[in-house]
Design a binder for this molecule. Sequence first.
Ligand code: PLP
Length: 391
Amino acid sequence: MKARDIFAVYKDSIMPTYTKVPLIFVKGKGSKLWDIYNKQYLDFFPGWGVGSLGHCHPKVMQAVREQVSKLIFVANNYYNLPQAKLAKELTRLTFPAKVFFCNSGAEANEAAIKLARKFGDGRYEIITFENAFHGRTLAALAATGQKKYQQGFEPIPEGFRGAKLNDLPSVKSLVTDKTVAIMLELIQGEGGINLADKGFILELRKLCDEKKMLLIVDEVQTGIGRTAKMFCYENYGIIPDVITLAKALGGGLPIGVMLAKKEIADTLTAGMHASTFGGSPLVCKAALAVLQAIQKEKLLSKTEKSGKYLFSRLNELKNKYPVVKEIRGLGLMAGVELAKEGKSVVEKCMENGLLINCTHDKVLRLMPALNITRKEIDRAMIILEEALRGL
Ligand SMILES: Cc1ncc(COP(=O)(O)O)c(C=O)c1O
């Protein structure tokens, strides 16, 4: 198929739910991607947070190859070894907990919402936050609370109340005898790389303890090493009651996980929740390879160093170009807030072989692979600077 034929098929036969960029990728390795014309791109936003190890990490490829020749799928009424190993590893890396496996971030959040409602035993309200993003299924959309995503899909499921991030009184004013949980991202990704303050999170933990509410942390984007800790909550000195994971955990294969403290996990019993594909041997084997690679290749300490370097380079750009208003983020999760819309910067970077993202119109989002090199950061900064110069 030629490029124009591929575009034609998309136009005719695939629902237009995505704003498309006219690039057709055929190959990826580490932080590099090649398009159909063999043009090379440096990927500073691999898979919207999926590519923590970059594209086609050799250990993930090896794990998938091995597993694919043994057993790809087996239903969840049976047992499988990779699922057991992954559950053991996730609970070793977090806290005494049990996991539920599914296939995406939205699905993991749906599972968390259902767990909270069942746990609530009549209490069902969940406090979420302005500018949050928890996914596109209906309950996750209700938790997301952003009108632009909800419009046209009403009635939106009820039971979600929107507070302001880092504003404790706005949270406290929403707590009623029906409130069962507080759900948030510690760094709002889609919302524009907005960081929760440590003091605020400690207060939320206290409030949840006092009122016997669950603290649900959506780690779909921040988890699996992104912030130089395996999980972002480790930066905050708290233990959540529930975390949700997806994106980077599968190394490119679809996975979702809802992980809950042991004492509340058995709230969901046989028949209450399910996902046909959740926790298949193939996906679990890939996820185990991801977790092993992060640990063996010391990617958390590398992320800390590379992140510091990336932020120092971004701050240089801020000092040079007044259009750059603020640099925010942690580890290798960076937001560059501009005084103007960032669409043209993204396009210019793309033209010159650098892939980045822009969210909330004005915030450039850079989330390179955790194994990104200094040389690659330098190359990206040259391209980004050129794009900013033209703004
Ligand atoms: C924080 C957060 N939660 C949930 C989701 C939804 O994940 P998925 O697209 O896998 O359903 C996303 C996706 O961007 C996300 O960033």
